[in-house]
Structure formats: C-alpha cells, structure tokens
Design a protein around this ligand. Structure first.
Ligand code: CKU
Length: 614
C-alpha cells in the first residue's frame, strides 16, 4: 500500500498526533484476549509499557523476557472532530513481527512483517471529537513463514519458546513510533523521484505522483537555501536542474521536493520529501556514485541497546552516527532488517551509503547458524523443503514494502535481498530468481542487488552468484574457521578463495560485509588469545592485508559496530561480542585501528574529493 509507506509529515494540509508514550500492556498467556473481548473492553491486568520499546528487557522474570505468542497493547486516543472531513490513519512504523489493530472493538488492519510500516485506516470506527479505545495485538512467533525465520519449541511444561535461526535476540513489540495521521480526503498517496542522469552539471530528474483524486498536481523543487530551482505541473514528468548540487559521499546535499494537489488557488493536499540528486551504478569492478568509484568503509550494525532492546532510540541512533563518523565511515548495511526511517533520513543528511537489507535472515535450518554456517553443505537446503512457496510469498511482500518505503532515499545504494542463504543446491535458484527479478521490477532507480554470501557456499559452491550485481562476502576465517594459533592457515584459506572468486566473477565489485571475532572488552593478553582485544586487532590486520591484495575489493564492513544481544548459548557470553564498541558504545582497541585505517583511506578510489570542493 503506497500511502502506508509515505513517512508521516505535518504540512499545510496534514496533521500528526504522536502516540508514543505509556500504553497498557498484557501478555496473553492463555490466549483469551479475543474471547474476553479485549479489543472492545480493554486489557485485563495490564501493566504500563513504553512505546516505542521492545518489551523483553523491561521485566525481571525469564517468562516475560522469553515470551512467545500474543501480547496486547492498548490506549485511549482523542480524535478531533474537525478531522471528520478527511482521512484518519494510525501509522505504525513497525510492529514485530505481526499485528492486528482494533479501534473501539472494530478490526481495522492486519500486518505481517516486523520492520516495515503500515497504516490502520480509522474513519469507519472513530467516535469523532471523543475518546476512542485503540488496541493492538502483536505476535512474535517465528516460523518458516516469517521473516526472519525460526521455529517455536514447546517445553515439557507446555511453555513455548522461540528458536531463531539467526544470531540476534528476537526482540519484539511496538518497537518504533506510532502516530495518528490526518490527511485530506483527496490526497497524495505516493511520490517517486529518480535522478536519471547528470550531464554537464545539469541533473535530469523524473518524478511521479499518485493521488486518489483528479485535481491538478504541481511540483516545486527548492535548494537548501529555500530558492526554488524548478517547478512543474502534472502527475509525472521530467525536470532539469542546472548547476545541480549533487549528493556525494560524506558531502550530502538535499533538495526539498514539494508536491501539491491544487484546485485553483486552494491547496488541497501538500507533501514533501528531501531528495539527494545522485546516480548509483556498477561498471565492471567499480561501484559508482555519480560516476566516481567509491570505497565503502563502515559496519554491519544492529538496532540494539541495553533495556530498549530493538526499540527505536534517537539518542542511541545519534551516538552510532557519531561513532561511525569518528571512525571515518561512509556506509553501513542494515543487517538484518530494514532500520527505522529516521536512520535513513540521517544517512541522507550525513552522506552515508546504505546497503538496505530485507529481513530475509535464517535461511538455514539451524539454531546455531553462525556456527553451522561454516560447515559443509547438505544435500537438501531450506529451499528444497515443502512449503517454501509460502516463505517466498512472505519474502516478496517484505521486498515490496522495503522498496516502497525506501525507494527515494539518496543514501540507499543497493538492496540486500538475503543474508547468508544456503544457496548450495540448485533448488535455491528459482526462488532467488523471483526475488531478484521482483526487486529490479519494483525499484524505480534500478539499484544494484545482492545478498551476503555465507562461508558454507564459498566460491564455486554457491548456485546464485550470477544473479547478484555485485558480491557481498561474510567471512570468519580466523574465528569460526582456523582460529587462534591457526590464524596463518586462515589467511591462506581466504587468499585461496579470493583467487577462485577472481576467476569465477571477474566482472563484479566485491564488498566484505562481515568479518570479525568475538572480543571481551578489557581482556588483554600477551601473546594474544581469542577473545582478547589484542587478538581482534591481529585478526583485523590480517583481513585488511588480504583486502588490499585485490583491487576489486571495494568495500569493507566488519561485524559489528557494537556488541549486541542474542539468544543464550554456549558460544555467546551475554550476547555477541564482535563489536568494535561495547554495547554501551565505548571503544575496544580495534576501534582505533579501524579509525587509523579509514581516516587515511579515501572515500573515492579515483581521488575525487567533494568535500574539498565546498
Ligand atoms: C555473525 C551465519 C552466520 C553469519 N553471520 C551472521 C550474523 O548475524 C552473526 O551475528 C555471523 C556472527 O557473529 O556469528
């Protein structure tokens, strides 16, 4: 639904009421919510719950933290009477992993997928100029039909727990902002902007606007000083911006594209977006931004912090950007799910390139998949299992919602359509082909597409590399493979593999999108041992020496910016410790190594320096 994807904004015609704050919350352990009519009557034995937040780390008992099933949220909202003439939508930026929304007992919407927004259209159930009961049922169960994938295990006493096939805690709930949005009856439903080319300083831009009415549409483009640089009438067309300020790496420039539905002098509806003019493309071994080859420096990250869990926290998000800037980063990957829209807006402003990942993680039937990922492949993969066509439908919808939401962001330079799928059997090919084709069809900017290749599908084993426009490698040689005293073997293993890739994919740029080793901050050892800060530094030096041997490696994004929470396990000490920073965002020794390397490594391979031109 295009309108659901439009980021909510207040304009001359639009209004927003923020619904963040304290909601009623209840676990539905006995599954009685519907029977007891919680949608109409409100929750029984509710406790307070902040929104946005993950619920798991708020409580002090394990049952609550590990809860698997339905949780309910409720609050009263006042809907102004003057909004009666237009649309009232309740916009959830994310409800993890699926939700049903009720207003005054009437079901308004259902949504699958925990990391993309949706709207519940409220008009038919509203009590105007009065208080209304808003109730949301959120379910967090994992299955082969959920993204990310996993399963539910029943313990002997009947308790059900989630078993993720992925290495991050299954945080859930209303983890992002919730807003009530008023829009006029006739409204802008979608807008799309594509920079088609830049020739001699002039940007050739195509725009398209969808409305639900028939009145005229006009577009105004203003530069950062508010000067109008282009104006156009019509729901679609081309515009030319002379002497365009292009959006460059770490040198962003954002124009404001304002769209209006007009009826004579009257503005029927108004919406705007901040647009960076730029092109992304691939030419042979180069990944190009505005025609210049870039070198990506950055991280695989997580939306994760103490107590908030995956709850969107603008303070943590800001800190993460400051850490990345301090390190000389120019990019990140939204491992392993679409991040909050505010993160992409900041990347637009900061001039960071983002590899935007759909929540397609866990395509390996394993609850220790970070370990099993390195083991030799089996004859049947998840893609060969019956029922996979249902996963495919969910996956397609997730790709649709991701691209609809993020298509206009200058920062989004590529789509990551899977994280570490087991593509070792031919059975994966039809599935992967459908996903790749769909992304190409839906993306108006036709951005490069890829997936992260897993160790078990090393060069020659993976059956789908030809689908990717560029390659992303996740490698742990020196950690999961040949670790500690065997690190020199690890070096050889990786170099040998790189020589194979050189022949197999001679015409694609490569990024390392994961490499890293678990490190306990404060553990020091001479000589180094695994888990010490010294070992992490040695491992990174070894990796970088290898990257520097191959000039077609044009990006490095270690795993991970910060330590983060995972399920409990024999290989996890209160979470994954591969961060360059601790979970509370303080540096380990390796952060200084990376800062030294990246601050001395240019953003552009050809020496182009847009910052010097300012
Ligand atoms: C990371 C299959 C494992 C790949 N990769 C995924 C990421 O989510 C994990 O956290 C490995 C790790 O640290 O093991």
């Amino acid at each position: 639904m295009p309108f659901d994807s439009l980021y909510p904004r207040t304009t001359v015609t639009r209004r927003i009421q923020v619904l963040d704050g304290t909601w009623d919350f209840a676990f539905d352990r006995e599954k009685v919510g519907e029977e007891l009519d919680w949608p109409a009557k409100g929750l029984v034995d509710a406790v307070d719950m902040p929104v946005p937040a993950s619920f798991a780390d708020i409580f002090t008992d394990k049952e609550s933290r590990e809860f698997c099933g339905d949780v309910w949220y409720a609050r009263r909202i006042f809907v102004p009477g003057e909004w009666r003439d237009g649309n009232v939508d309740i916009r959830f930026d994310a409800a993890t992993h699926r939700a049903t929304v009720y207003l005054n007992g009437t079901e308004l919407a259902e949504h699958e997928g925990g990391f993309t927004p949706f709207c519940a259209h409220a008009n038919d159930a509203v009590h105007w100029n009065d208080w209304n009961l808003l109730v949301v049922k959120v379910n967090n169960e994992l299955s082969h039909e959920s993204l990310p994938l996993g399963r539910v295990k029943e313990l002997r006493d009947g308790t059900r727990i989630n078993q993720p096939y992925f290495d991050f805690f299954n945080y859930s709930g209303l983890q992002r902002n919730v807003r009530m949005v008023y829009t006029p009856a006739e409204r802008i439903e979608d807008m799309t902007v594509v920079t088609e080319s830049v020739i001699d300083g002039t940007a050739y831009v195509h725009y398209e606007v969808t409305t639900n009415g028939s009145h005229e549409v006009e577009l105004t483009v203003a530069d950062e000083d508010g000067n109008v640089v282009a104006q156009k009438r019509g729901t679609s067309g081309g515009i030319e911006i002379e002497d365009a300020h292009l959006w460059n790496l770490r040198a962003a420039y954002l124009y404001t594209f304002t769209v209006r539905i007009v009826d004579g002098d009257k503005v029927v509806d108004e919406y705007y977006e901040q647009i960076g003019l730029r092109t992304v493309s691939i030419d042979g071994r180069d990944f190009l931004l505005n025609g210049h080859p870039v070198y990506l420096k950055g991280f695989g990250r997580h939306e994760d912090s103490p107590i908030h869990g995956r709850g969107f926290d603008p303070v943590v998000a800001r800190r993460d950007f400051e850490l990345m800037k301090w390190m000389g980063c120019n990019s990140f990957r939204t491992s392993h799910y679409p991040y909050a829209e505010e993160e992409l807006q900041e990347a637009d402003r900061e001039g960071f390139l983002v590899i935007d990942e759909v929540a397609a993680v866990g395509f390996l039937v394993s609850t220790q998949n970070f370990d099993d990922a390195t083991k030799t492949s089996v004859s049947k993969t998840l893609f060969d299992l019956p029922g996979i066509e249902k996963t495919l439908e969910v996956h397609k919808q997730a790709v649709r919602e991701l691209i609809e939401r993020d298509k206009n962001h200058a920062c989004v330079c590529a789509w990551s359509l899977f994280n570490e799928p087991d593509f070792s059997t031919e059975g994966s090919l039809p599935y992967a082909t459908e996903i790749f084709d769909l992304a190409r069809k839906l993306d108006p900017q036709k951005r490069p597409r890829s997936y992260t290749n897993v160790t078990r599908c090393r060069a020659g084993i993976d059956k789908c590399t030809h689908l990717a426009d560029f390659m992303m490698l996740n490698r742990y040689d020196g950690w999961y493979v040949s670790p500690g005293p065997e690190i020199e073997d690890a070096r050889e293993i990786l170099i040998e593999e790189m020589h194979k890739w050189e022949k197999l994919e001679p015409n694609k740029p490569f990024f390392f999108t994961e490499y890293g080793c678990d490190t306990m901050a404060g553990v020091h050892k001479l000589p180094s041992v695994m888990w010490s800060e010294e070992y992490q530094v040695e491992y990174f030096k070894m990796q970088h020496e290898i990257f520097d041997m191959f000039e077609w490696v044009v990006g490095e994004q270690p795993w991970n910016l910060c330590d983060f929470q995972t399920v409990e396990g024999k290989m996890r000490v209160d979470g994954n410790k591969k961060g360059a920073f601790t979970r509370d965002r303080q540096p380990k020794a390796v952060a200084f190594l990376l800062r030294e390397r990246w601050c001395n490594k240019a953003d552009y391979v050809d020496g182009f320096d847009p910052r010097a031109m300012r």
